[in-house]
Write a protein that binds this ligand. Sequence first.
Ligand code: SF4
Length: 353
Amino acid sequence: MSDVVLEVRDLVKHYPVRRGLILRRTVGAVRAVDGVSLALRRGSTLGVVGESGSGKSTLARVLVGIEEPTSGQVLVDGTDVSTMSRADRRALRRDVQMVFQDPYTSLDPRMSVSEIVGEPFAIHRTIPRGGRDRAVRELLELVGLDPDHANRYPHQFSGGQRQRVGIARALALRPRILVCDEPVSALDVSVQGQVVNLLADLQAELGLSSVFIAHDLAVVRNIADSVAVMYLGRVVEDGPADSVYDGARHPYSQALLSAVPVADPTVRLSDGRGILLEGDPPSPVSPPSGCPFHTRCWLAPTLPEASVPVPEGEEVQARRVPPSCSGEVPLLVGAGGHHAACHFARPLAEVRR
Ligand code: SF4
């Protein structure tokens, strides 16, 4: 059996933009995921990182089957999900489960924890009614909650405890793959580490393979075996976690790393300053030409190849960007032990400003 348990190949997910009240015309598309290829190795954790709007959550929803891809493939154990029978897809739903971002909205406040965690048993009929209470208690114990609290309601738990309830529910069907969509971003910093550690322990104990999505590189640092950095629906850097963290080559990853609150001089510029990302990501409806990051890239204007294509007398100066940055989409190619999609990929230590 292959080492890869979950793979996406050239995955695209676009949402049509429609105008008109009566004759709804399609006038464009939100390019949420725009040609992503990734692989999750058995028993490992793949961290997927990027700002909001980078397409991470859409990717997660496609991975668990909540959304259908526009094109591309999702393969589980080497089999293309789109070619599976209905019965196989239904079985697959049990195998790939999701932990949602917000434990405050993902749990129905009218249901007791026992009902929430036991719901998958009822839907998939994996455990007879008489055995469900016991199975729920075991799950609550597994995630560090008091089984005697099974009859309480979500509002009677703290944020961290609610997320544990969400994890228990995701584990109810004994999945092989867990897709965690920003599972700690809605939690206090003080409990984020506890939930990350719980997920790491469960992964080791149950032999799970996980996709862990976060907007903060620091969150996945201690749990990810490999990392993919996404920007505007594309992967701009990926590879083994150590290689990406120790030698990021893409200016976007370097900026995200620079924002991590650590006193690590390797994620600072040569003059000791951190890298500030200016502005918001461009709209995924009309992404920039060439490199999608060129409108915010801190490196491009410093390159000797950068030009100022502005006629004399213009009041607003165009951003200095090499023509290759604004004109050619950089491919994800090997760079320093992993992959980066930048025409000028280089370690931060080699950048001189
Ligand atoms: Fe920046 Fe150019 Fe590299 Fe894109 S290709 S990340 S704009 S230097």
